[in-house]
Structures are given as structure tokens and as C-alpha cells.
Design a protein around this ligand. Structure first.
Ligand code: NAD
Ligand code: GLY
Length: 366
């Protein structure tokens, strides 16, 4: 099977994203990206036993070591950045050292941020092993960790030197994580690629079955879309904010459930349907588009309704805290239909509350 290459074109910091099966074992390909002799592989306790041997087999002759984090979002902390920096110090890593981030978005964000900090910035290569990390987190250079005060509050833009998306690793990914990743794929199609949305509708069975041909096509298309957005607006001064479609609702839903009930992708699925609902209330879109979105998400077994017991007012209060808001109105990413998303800076709280109350009864319904 072919390997697809998507280039993220950022001048001297351009890099390839390779998508295909067997890439972790394609040592010659990714080793060509290593400039020096020092390599630190960062992974976690779930992924390292599965895939670290495959990567380390390619590090013969290098001065390398590994640093294995505990698994979970709760470990995306500054204390663990300190641990990675300590491992780089122990390795004697020089300016030309490289960090290999082997895992999902948690490992990628933390390892990437550590690479951005060590000696004011060294190379890192993303080796994403979740669908979400392949189509979103590993591409675009956002790195960082959480603080007790909130998610992703400390970070840096630091582009990887390459992304090695070995789709074979998705075979071991738990079903729920896989489906949560599909929400971000649907998001990409909703934002700016109507043809991709139709392609997803037409290939539901193959996608759910993780057919390799379907995976290769789907992941490459989602990455091409993200690369294009990042190229146009690397530092999120404009169009990159569109990638947050569904996210203002999603972050509030995650927070209200104490980050335990919903995976991020599940919250994004509900959030996108709520954003579609709100768009209707503002006269921007028709119900038919929302129904189509909800149908596709449901075929991927993703939730499209608010979890029971969520109070609209409590959700609105959390949405007010979103860092994208201005003083007296909510800043939301809304749509005019599939593939046509826009930033609206002036969404009044009353219409949001009305939408939540209405949607609480019938999100995705009539
Ligand atoms: P994750 O990294 O926690 O991975 C999910 C689970 O799957 C973990 O338990 C992990 O150990 C396990 N896992 C990973 N690969 C596996 C495999 N191949 N087989 C079996 N198990 C495997 O979560 P995620 O969804 O990949 O990423 C979420 C994180 O990504 C969040 O911290 C989020 O903030 C961040 N993120 C960053 C960006 C960005 O642009 N930097 C974008 C989106 C999300
Ligand atoms: N995941 C959003 C972004 O990369 O900008």
C-alpha cells in the first residue's frame, strides 16, 4: 500500500506528514530527519510496550534513551515536562538532539513542548498513534501542558520536523478512542470540505471497520485540510480559529462533567450539533444540514445530545470563561451549512441559552 505524503509548507520550517501502514518500522525514512546523535523517545505506559521496540530497532548507533510517562490527560503537566527535560540532561542532549513523541495527543503535546523548551528549541518528530493525534494534534505545531487553572494554558508554537502517522497502530486503539477521533475528522469536513463530508457518508462501513484503504484516504484528506489551514494562519490570528467549530460547547461540556464522562471527541460531536442548532436560531442555516451532521455522527456511534442533567445556565457560565470571548458577547464558530463555517463575535447570551434549553430536548432531532 502506498504511503501518502502531505507537506506542511511553512518556508524553512516546512515538514512532511507521512501517512501509511508500517511507517514506524520504515527506519530509513524517519532516521533521515535526525540531525544529531542524541534521541529521546517519549511515550507512555500503554503505547511503549506496543510500539517502542519497533521504533528503538531503528536507533542503532544513536545515543538514545526513552522516557515513559503514566497514561492519561492528568499527566500532561509541567512536572512531567521537568521529567522529560531531566531525561534530556541525563542523555547529554545537544542542540541537534531530537525528541520522538510516540503516542496520542497527550504525549505529543507534552513531548513537543519539552522539545520547544530544551536549549530554547530542538527538533521533534511526531509519531501519533491515535486517530485524533494523526488528524489534529500532531499537525500544526501547537504544544503544551495543562495547569490546575485550565487545559493547555502553558505552551508554545513549535512545529515538528516530521510526522510519522503509521495507520497500523490504529489496530490496537480502543474502539471508543477511535470513534472519538472520528469526530475531529467530521469536524474537518464540516469546516471547509463538503466533498469530504459526502465521502465520509459514502464510506461509513469501511471507516467503522478500520479498512486500511479507507483509513489512508480519510486520514490523508483530514491532514491535507488541517495543513492548509495552518499554512494560512500558523499563529491563529484568523482562519485557524475555525478549527474550533463545536469546541466552545465541547469545552464547557467536558468541564461540567469533571473531564470524566465524555472524551474530548465525544464532546466535540455534541458541540458541533449544538453549534448547528445555534446557527439555525440566528437564521444562518437550515435544519437539514444539522440532521445530516447528526446522522453521520450517529453512524459513528458518537453522541449528539447533551448528557442528562446538564443545566443550560451552568453550561453557559462555563462558556463565558472561554478564552475566545469578548467582554459582553460570546465568540462562536458557527456555520451556514456543511463546509461553510464562520467566526461570529457577537453571539448574545440569551440566544445561546434559548438554544441550549430547546436543544436539551431535541438536539439532532427535528
Ligand atoms: P491520549 O493521548 O490520551 O490517547 C488516548 C488513549 O489511547 C490513551 O490511553 C493512550 O495511552 C491510548 N493509546 C494511544 N495510542 C494507542 C494505540 N495505538 N493503541 C492502544 N492505545 C493507544 O488522547 P488523544 O485523544 O490522542 O489526544 C488528546 C490530547 O490531545 C489532549 O491533551 C488535547 O488537548 C490534545 N490535542 C492537541 C491538539 C494540538 O493541536 N496540539 C489538537 C487536539 C488535541
Ligand atoms: N486543534 C486546533 C488547532 O490546531 O489549531
Amino acid at each position: 500500500m502506498n504511503v501518502h505524503t502531505v507537506t506542511v509548507a511553512l518556508g524553512q520550517r516546512s515538514y512532511p506528514v507521512w501517512v501509511g501502514p508500517g511507517l514506524l518500522a520504515d527506519h530509513a525514512r524517519w532516521r533521515a530527519m535526525l540531525r544529531g546523535r542524541h534521541v529521546l523517545v517519549v511515550s507512555n505506559t500503554t503505547v511503549a510496550p506496543l510500539y517502542l521496540p519497533r521504533v528503538s530497532a531503528g536507533l542503532d548507533g544513536m545515543h538514545w534513551s526513552s522516557h515513559v510517562l503514566d497514561d492519561g490527560e492528568a499527566h500532561k503537566t509541567l512536572a512531567n515536562v521537568d521529567g522529560v527535560l531531566g531525561a534530556l540532561a541525563t542523555l547529554g542532549a545537544t542542540r541537534d538532539a531530537c525528541v520522538l513523541a510516540l503516542g496520542g495527543g497527550v504525549v505529543g503535546d507534552l513531548a513537543g513542548f519539552s522539545a520547544a523548551c530544551w536549549m530554547r528549541g530542538i527538533d521533534f518528530v511526531q509519531m501519533p498513534t491515535t486517530l485524533l493525534a494523526m488528524v489534529d494534534a500532531s499537525v500544526g505545531g501547537k504544544t503544551g501542558v495543562n495547569l490546575p487553572a485550565g487545559k493547555n494554558l502553558v505552551g508554545a508554537f513549535h512545529q515538528p520536523r516530521a510526522v510519522v502517522a503509521d495507520i497500523g497502530t490504529l489496530e490496537s486503539l480502543p474502539e471508543r478512542e477511535y470513534r472519538a477521533g472520528l469526530a475531529e475528522v467530521v469536524k474537518a469536513a464540516c469546516i471547509g470540505d463538503r466533498a469530504f463530508f459526502t465521502w465520509l457518508e459514502d464510506h461509513v462501513d469501511a471507516i467503522v471497520a478500520r479498512d486500511r484503504h479507507a483509513l489512508l484516504e480519510m486520514i490523508s484528506r483530514a491532514i491535507r485540510f488541517k495543513a492548509d489551514v495552518v499554512q494560512r494562519d500558523e499563529a491563529e490570528h484568523g482562519v485557524r480559529a475555525l478549527l474550533n467549530f463545536g469546541h466552545t460547547f465541547a469545552h464547557a461540556l467536558e468541564a461540567i462533567s469533571g473531564y470524566r464522562l465524555l472524551l474530548h471527541g465525544e464532546a466535540v460531536a455534541i458541540g458541533m450539533v449544538l453549534a448547528a442548532h445555534l446557527s439555525e436560531h440566528l437564521g444562518m442555516s437550515a435544519p437539514v444540514a444539522r440532521h445530516r451532521l447528526a446522522r453521520l455522527l450517529q453512524k459513528f456511534s458518537l453522541p449528539v445530545t447533551m448528557p442528562p442533567g446538564v443545566e443550560p445556565m451552568a453550561l453557559l457560565e462555563l462558556m463565558r470563561l472561554d478564552k475566545k470571548n469578548t467582554a459582553d458577547a460570546l465568540r462562536m464558530i458557527l456555520w451556514r451549512g456543511i463546509g461553510r463555517v464562520e467566526i461570529v463575535d457577537t453571539v448574545g447570551e440569551a440566544v445561546v441559552l434559548g438554544t441550549l434549553e430547546h436543544a436539551g430536548q431535541q438536539v439532532g432531532g427535528n
